[in-house]
Design a protein around this ligand. Structure first.
Ligand code: GUN
Length: 286
């Protein structure tokens, strides 16, 4: 079988082009979408993510407001900043880059973000909305997985989707989104018994366990669609996913590579959430 590689980078570019047009339209109505990004401390990976987010804003014509605070910043200062941004009509989206330094309660900070500006979709109100099918902001990586499948013309309705991983950021929300697309969903995790027999039944696998090359081709049935959400380093320090890519070629009908699969979609969906939030909030800008 000829396994088709899903090109997340090119699909993400397509989305960003569409968003540029939508931003132009919003601007002509007097609304310039704005994203505020808060980064506390010196985490090198976080700095790269934040810089990529700012570049993406610029590319699609949005404003970005950056708050890079020292690691010693108090929790109260961050909470006060979030409150100010909640009230600021130029800011339509607020993103607090995680992880926060240990002396802060991440949940407390997330709870402070106005749900209609919570472009990460982490606020319990947005999580709850997702679980009962109400409108809300959906977290970016899970939304990116669904968009990749849709734009690759992969039907989800009635399919057996096996999600490996149950995190709040990916496993749980992606399972709810797949359910919303009328898939039959099984969630597996580190304590699942006989994971292989469950995986063998999957029409679509979403791997989000955080273990390098955990899912092997030998665990899968032929023609399966494999979506790899993992970002790890292998024994040689090379970037790799939660799926052993090589062993899946010629078994899977479609597979996402790492890098260049789900990763670029996360930022594209963040931009999409900012544009949605701006369109919903309207108000003054420029
Ligand atoms: N840190 C790693 N991934 C993410 C993300 O998607 N959002 C935020 N805010 N922080 C992160």
């Amino acid at each position: 079988m000829n396994t088709q590689i899903i090109d997340g980078k090119s699909i993400a570019s397509e989305i960003k082009e569409e968003l540029r047009t939508r931003v132009e339209n919003l601007k002509s109505q007097g609304i310039t979408p704005g994203l505020a990004v808060i980064l506390v401390g010196e985490n090198p990976a976080s700095k790269v993510y934040v810089s990529n987010k700012k570049k993406a804003c610029e590319y699609i014509g949005m404003k970005s407001f950056s708050y890079e605070l020292p690691a010693e910043t108090s929790e109260k200062e961050v909470l006060d900043l979030v409150e100010t941004l909640n009230e600021d009509t130029h800011v339509h989206g607020i993103l607090v880059q995680l992880p926060l330094p240990k002396h802060m309660d991440e949940q407390k900070v997330i709870l402070k973000i106005a749900p209609n500006k919570d472009v990460d979709g982490f606020h319990p109100q947005n999580v709850g909305a997702l679980s009962i099918g109400l409108n809300g902001l959906v977290s970016c990586t899970p939304a990116g997985v669904i968009e990749l499948l849709k734009r690759s013309n992969i039907e989800m309705q009635g399919k057996h989707c096996v999600v490996v991983g149950r995190s709040n950021i990916v496993g749980k929300p992606v399972s709810l989104l797949l359910l919303r697309e009328h898939a039959t969903v099984t969630i597996c995790h580190s304590r699942t018994r006989d994971l292989e027999s469950v995986l063998k039944q999957a029409d679509i696998v979403v791997a989000a366990v955080g273990i390098p090359k955990f899912v092997k081709g030998s665990m899968l049935k032929s023609n399966v669609v494999v979506i790899d959400v993992g970002i790890n380093r292998d024994e040689n320090g090379k970037l790799c996913g939660d799926v052993d890519f090589e062993s899946c070629t010629n078994i899977a009908s479609h597979i996402t590579p790492v890098p260049g699969g789900v990763g670029p979609m996360t930022i594209a969906m963040l931009m999409n959430n900012c544009v949605l939030a701006a369109a919903t909030q309207g108000g003054t800008s420029n």
